[in-house]
Write a protein that binds this ligand. Structure first.
Ligand SMILES: C[S@@+](CC[C@H](N)C(=O)[O-])C[C@H]1O[C@@H](n2cnc3c(N)ncnc32)[C@H](O)[C@@H]1O
Length: 330
């Protein structure tokens, strides 16, 4: 697996000069001073998260409990953990692709004040995998907890594509509207990129119980003098990053999770599902097989309909996580 090592790429300058001040300001504005628990998904080398936490501490927000999650089991350097551990309780969750973020955090349900996920969603090809992360985040947050989702703005990717910039090679557009391509970090390093329309991300978050609080586009002004591309974007009013702030709404109805032992058809398309631990649920339709993990999250939508998301997680990472959403009639 390729690791995201610290680099002197312009994206790192952009993170330090553009994202960090905007994100820390948004966090400070939405959090009262005092001891807080912090969850970061896709931490990478942890340098950004460390910087962010030090900014928050300067403003009186003391992070007393940190959970760092990354799918890459080799990415977090031990010395960063030691530094972080000197200030707070640090939990590290790393997992190979066939395991999924969540099992290790069940103890932190309803316990996180601030959750962060930065420059990660565009690395995740599968919508079901991304929505499962959001669903787990929703459960992990305390009521009134806030989640910040930072990524490249779709308008920026569109701009790179239209201007035939060597930064981005277009591959295709999925039926969902997600733009697929390759992002060129520099002459030699590339990453696959899945850029979802903002409306898709917001619909996913609302359907999992989050309330949308703010969508912010940090100004590129601090970088405009450094690189002509940033200057051109700034002049054209095209944002490079978007920061979406959501809060845990009070729309939660139910959550169940288990390894499926047996499924039996019920009337009118419903299925009776028995879990290995003896619990059972009745769900509309079924797309899960014995031995797979079934995860169910039901919430009320802002218009009072109910929204049930079902995820089926295969036993091994060879097959993909699948999901379906069922929305009740009014
Ligand atoms: C571009 S780096 C961003 C690191 C850091 N958040 C930052 O902004 O500096 C993306 C990180 O997300 C991790 N990642 C990708 N898919 C993930 C997933 N499904 N769950 C958790 N981490 C994931 C990668 O291993 C990588 O370390």
């Amino acid at each position: 697996m390729e690791h995201d090592q610290p680099t002197s790429q312009s994206i790192d300058q952009a993170k330090a000069l553009i994202i960090a001040p905007a994100l820390s300001r948004m966090i400070i504005d939405s959090t009262s001073p005092g001891r807080k628990s912090f969850l970061d998904i896709g931490t990478g080398d942890a340098s950004f998260v460390q910087f962010l936490i030090s900014q928050l501490e300067k403003e009186g927000i003391r992070i007393s409990d940190i959970t760092l999650v990354d799918i890459d089991t080799a990415v977090l350097p031990a010395q960063i953990l030691r530094v972080a551990a000197s200030k707070a309780t640090v939990r590290l969750l790393q997992f190979p692709p066939e395991r999924h973020f969540g099992e290790g955090t069940s103890s932190s349900e309803n316990s996180i004040d601030i959750a962060n996920m930065q420059m990660v969603a565009h690395q995740i090809a599968n919508d079901a995998e991304l929505s499962l992360i959001f669903g787990r985040l929703f459960l992990a947050l305390r009521s009134e907890g806030v989640f910040f989702l930072t990524g490249l703005d779709p308008k920026y990717i569109e701009y790179l594509y239209q201007s035939q910039s060597p930064k981005f090679t277009y591959s295709n557009t999925l039926p969902s509207g997600t733009l697929v391509g390759t992002y060129h970090l520099d002459e030699t390093e590339t990453r696959p990129l899945y850029c979802r329309p903002l409306a898709n991300l917001l619909a996913m978050l609302i359907g999992l119980g989050f309330d949308i609080k703010e969508i912010s586009h940090p100004s590129l002004a601090p970088l405009a003098q450094i690189k002509p591309r940033y200057g051109a974007l700034q002049a054209a009013g095209i944002p490079m990053f978007q920061i979406i702030k959501v809060a845990k709404g009070n729309r939660f109805i139910s959550f169940s999770e288990g390894i499926v032992a047996r499924t039996t058809p019920e009337s009118s398309g419903y299925m009776f599902v028995e879990f290995m631990d003896g619990d059972s649920v009745i769900v509309p339709d079924i797309f899960v097989a014995p031995k797979e993990r079934l995860v169910l999250l039901e919430v009320t939508l802002p218009d009072k309909r109910t929204c049930l998301t079902q995820w089926a997680i295969p036993e091994t990472g060879a097959a993909e996580t699948r999901s379906r959403v069922f929305i009740s009639k009014k």
